[in-house]
Design a binder for this molecule. Sequence first.
Ligand code: SF4
Ligand code: MG
Length: 320
Amino acid sequence: SEPLLQIEHLKTYFPVKSGVWGRTKTYVKAVDDISLTLYSGETFGLVGESGSGKSTVGRSIVRLTDKTAGEIAFRGKDLYGMPERELRKLRPKIQLIFQDPYSSLNPRVRIGDAIGEAMLQHGLADTSNVRERVLDVLELCGLPRYHIDRFPHEFSGGQRQRVGIARALAMNPDLIIADEPVSALDVSIQAQIINLFRKLQRERNLTYLFISHDLSVVEHLCTRIGVMYLGSMVETGTREQLFGNPLHPYTKALLSAVPVPIPKLKRERIVLKGDIPSPVDPPSGCKFHTRCPLAFDRCKAEIPLFRDLGDGHCVACHLA
Ligand code: SF4
Ligand code: MG
């Protein structure tokens, strides 16, 4: 499969004022040098606790938050280097779906009008066929036709996420970045939405970057997974590599907290001490050393390299 999106040494920092008079400029290092390639048609899960920087990766790709350094290329083209006109044409191809689609829907606009307007704007329909096109996309997302004239508040949580997905899909995207799209939903509804994501991928050859703090959701949907900690990627691999043979102590700790259906297989629960340190002044060496149960002298002094241990299973740990 071909690379669709290539992220190289991405850094996204936010300036914060500090010091006695607020005159010292320091930075929240939300994303601190990560590299990642997404292949056409795959579902890549980006996991980590809140504050790990995973949402910022998504926002940097769609340029909701500008990167500080590094490169992001879509189909080989630099998303930050291309002329504005070209970027505007390309934008619909990368869609971002949020945890709460309600926050990005205008409460006074019927959803059919909102979706239709976006399609017209991007030349994906004309006035003679826009209503049919909107109905098609609603139907594809499991929403009955009569919903076209409803307002956002008339939908339940699960339906609202279907509307969010329909709106993204109406743009005929290649890549969908979904940031915690099922986290606010009941477990039974989560399963329905995950099945919808699967169905749409089969029918539309979509590539997903699926951002979630929930490893059991990611395990159901994703073929490859990346684990972030404090702005850094600590491990990436296939689902089988990550779940069957996790190598980074942080990944092991996250996995140990996932409920396992068969008690015999239950892993020893690894409880991490302390909270995630501040991304303004992250720990030296391995950023995880303040919480790692296996940390030793070298971890404090030396940043572990992110290395491929074979078959694309990459890890950043001195012990791997
Ligand atoms: Fe733990 Fe050291 Fe490995 Fe970091 S490099 S994960 S502190 S053992
Ligand atoms: Mg987030």
